[in-house]
Design a protein around this ligand. Structure first.
Ligand SMILES: Nc1nc2c(ncn2[C@@H]2O[C@H](COP(=O)(O)OP(=O)(O)OP(=O)(O)O)[C@@H](O)[C@H]2O)c(=O)[nH]1
Ligand SMILES: [Mg+2]
Length: 705
């Protein structure tokens, strides 16, 4: 394979909604460059990028895949990402190492709901962006409406660079406003004929050309002066202005093409070569503590690991970007996070599952290696005397949960290990054993994300599992004060046991008054690890219980707080006042007071008007206007309180609060209600009392258990 230096490498990431044509475009870009003889298709399950079995099964990309093409003197590294928002983690990591984003839209659907989430990431990193309106050959393609949608959503920085002359099924020509040329494609696509702009299009093309020139000039004073002097800019000046604007996130050129018919990909690649900023033109990489690492091949080597993947038969692949310096085969680097030396025995440029072995990789390039043991996503590998830790990828928090059960008991340990490995590969998955629920909980981005995890457990790790409804982390509390006493007395043979505890419990609220009729001698305020508080007060008078037994009483109470009297859930927000009791000079000991404390607490709890609390989440659902009614009535059937609605272009944002217990499989429900055209975010809000009927059911269920 030809070697490219840092000045001839461009790194792009393909982003955009589901089925906008990212994978097809990646394939076309490789084919058009002559690197493959036959162009694969998503339908035939033969693309370079979607090579995983699960992607074939689903017909969607699931993993971000790296591949490359070569156009003129440049190597273009491409990362093809999945459009489904279940796989937003793949977008976050790809964006971290790409320089320019190609943001695709389907010309029939325009700006779709998922774009918003992806755009939040692009905007956060301020990566240069090109909008690509794909599928202009679609019978219902509407380029102008898509452009209007893009401008409404992403602002006036979006500027038309090309437009289709005859969109729809007969599409075969594009007018390019930088070159002021018409590109007419042969029926099979590929290399176009360059023609003058036809008279009928002249006026429109001139007007759009002027808009483009103004946009390019805006970004540089010298260019602005030139523009005022000459009334125009030449091609090179335009390119310069566009590049500056793209670097500042002030210009987003809009291209159009048909990836499927291979009409327009060559011109797009030409633009990437000539205008899209290269690795050296980007802002320097930042270290975790804010220092800069310039993309410079003459400096010591620094690699950032953005992805790891375990493939059957191949083992672990580690994907990295060379941020500084150069690496050659068999180089030893230090993993900053583990302090271990890792040897990169072989270096590869990955095209999907195909490995192209290379001797060296230079700053700005993206490559991979095999068999690194302790290196994970977000780690930095650096030359011996150049210790740096690069800023890491911030992955989105998981949105939904499920409980995982191994079908066979013997697999339980293997399951925990496999989940640990999968988490290292995909930090948007999170597995934890929840002691209060007594379940292994797997958090993820959506049900599809979960089902991919299940598929991997079965097919890669050989563990058959069931995903079951996770229990709800309820809480218990009280609504009024109650008093109780408990005497623990045991006389059997040897040493006896004796303890008597009298206590009062009260609902705890922030800043509550001191208790009436009791005076607190000592008070301990405990922030419970499951939320809320326990305030434990010693109100003993006259030493009826020795000071030394109070920790044991507290221990007994904590046991009941950890396994509440009603449903076995954690208890929160209680003040306990121990005010009386009795000791025996010989038989009293720690264990007796622990038992008496626990039992007195349990007794008092029953009489204190106990209440079950459930977790409530704030939901934000973005949905096309015409589907709002369905989504609202579904929310109401889930005991939600609608907090408001707000319109956002052709979408409505519904805000609601919904109990966690009503959200099982919500992403699937929402997908099927809206054919995947809605998205939602949620975060924990508070614990709130369950309705009376629900409490009754929960109590009955617990008693039956
Ligand atoms: N007519 C037409 N169809 C296209 C074009 N580009 C892609 N398609 C088809 O659109 C479908 C989706 O294409 P993909 O390339 O898988 O889209 P994607 O954006 O990678 O989709 P995800 O990975 O699921 O997000 C496939 O059936 C493609 O053949 C195009 O330019 N014109
Ligand atoms: Mg795809």
């Amino acid at each position: 394979m030809k070697e490219y230096d840092d000045k001839h490498i461009k790194n792009i990431v393909l982003l955009g909604s589901v089925k906008s044509g990212k994978t097809t475009l990646a394939e076309t870009m490789v084919f058009e460059a002559g690197l493959i003889k036959r162009r694969g298709s998503v339908e035939e399950k033969s693309t370079i990028s979607d090579y995983h079995e699960i992607e074939h099964e689903r017909g969607n990309s699931v993993y971000a895949t790296t591949l490359h093409t070569e156009w003129r003197d440049y190597k273009i590294n491409i990362i093809d990402t999945p459009g489904l928002d279940d796989f937003v983690g793949e977008i976050a990591s790809s964006l971290r190492v790409a320089d320019t984003c190609l943001f695709l839209f389907h010309a029939q659907y325009g700006v779709e709901v998922g774009s918003e989430i992806t755009w939040n990431y692009v905007d956060r990193f301020k990566k240069p962006t090109v909008f690509v309106v794909n599928q202009v050959d679609h019978p219902k393609a509407d380029f102008d409406a898509t452009v209007a949608g893009i401008k409404a959503q992403f602002g006036p920085a979006a500027v038309v660079m090309q437009y289709p002359v005859n969109q729809g099924e007969g599409f075969d020509a594009i007018i390019d406003l930088l070159k002021m040329t018409m590109y007419k494609f042969p029926a099979a696509g590929g290399k176009p004929e360059k023609l003058p702009i036809p008279a009928a299009e002249k006026e429109k093309a001139d007007q759009l050309h002027n808009e483009l020139v103004e946009k390019a000039a805006e970004n540089d004073e010298a260019l602005m002066e030139l523009y005022f002097e000459k009334g125009s800019l030449d091609e090179d000046e335009l390119r310069q202005g566009l590049k500056l604007g793209m670097l500042k996130h002030d210009v987003f050129p809009i291209f159009c093409l048909s990836a499927k018919k291979n009409m327009g990909s060559g011109r797009l690649m030409g633009f990437i070569d000539n205008v899209a900023p290269g690795a050296r033109e980007m802002l320097p990489e930042k270290t975790a503590d804010g220092k800069e690492v310039a993309c410079d091949p003459t400096k010591p080597a620094v690699l950032f690991v953005f992805k790891t993947l375990v493939e059957p038969f191949l083992g672990k692949i580690t994907f990295f970007r060379v941020c500084s310096g150069e690496v050659s085969e068999a180089v030893d680097l230090i993993n900053h996070q583990t302090g271990e030396t890792e040897r990169l025995n072989q270096l590869f440029i990955m095209d999907g599952k195909n490995r192209n072995q290379v001797k060296k990789l230079s700053a700005g390039d993206i490559g991979a290696t095999l068999k690194l043991k302790g290196t994970l996503t977000n780690h930095t590998l650096h030359a011996k005397d150049f210790p740096v830790a690069l800023a890491t990828i911030e992955f989105p928090e998981p949105r939904i949960r499920t409980a995982v059960v191994a079908r066979e008991k013997k697999d339980e340990e293997k399951l925990s290990e496999a989940l640990r490995d999968m988490q290292a590969e995909d930090p948007t998955l999170m597995a934890e054993f929840a002691p209060e629920l007594k379940q292994l909980i797997l958090w993820g981005q959506g049900e599809l994300h979960h089902s991919v995890a299940k598929w991997r457990l079965e097919h890669v790790h050989g563990i058959r599992v069931d995903f079951v409804e996770p229990r709800i982390p309820y809480r218990e509390t009280i609504q009024k004060a109650a008093t109780a006493m408990y005497r623990h007395k045991k006389q059997s043979g040897g040493a006896g046991q004796f303890a008597e505890v009298h206590l009062r419990i009260e609902p705890y609220v922030e800043g509550m008054a001191d208790p009436s009729g009791l005076s607190i001698r000592q008070q301990e305020e405990i922030d419970l690890k499951w939320g809320g508080k326990l305030v434990f007060c010693n109100c003993i008078v006259g030493g009826v219980i020795d000071q030394k037994f109070l920790p044991s009483i507290l221990k007994g109470i904590m046991e009941k707080m950890e396994e509440g009297p009603m449903t076995g859930s954690y208890v929160r927000d209680v003040r306990v006042l121990v005010f009386d009791g009795k000791m025996h000079p010989v038989d009293s000991n720690d264990i007796s007071f622990k038992i008496a404390g626990a039992q007195a607490f349990k007794e008092a709890f029953k009489n204190a008007d106990p209440l079950i609390l459930e977790p409530i989440y704030e939901m934000e659902i973005m949905v096309p206007e015409e589907l709002m009614g369905d989504v609202m009535s579904d929310l109401q059937s889930r005991r939600s309180i609608i907090a408001g609605m707000e319109s956002h272009g052709k979408y409505q944002i519904i805000r609601a609060t919904t109990p966690l217990a009503e959200q099982y499989k919500y992403t699937t429900a929402l997908k099927s209600m809206t054919q995947g055209r809605a998205s939602f975010r949620r975060h924990f809000k508070e614990y709130a009392p369950v309705p009376y009927e629900v409490q009754k059911t929960l109590l009955a269920k617990h008693q039956a258990q």
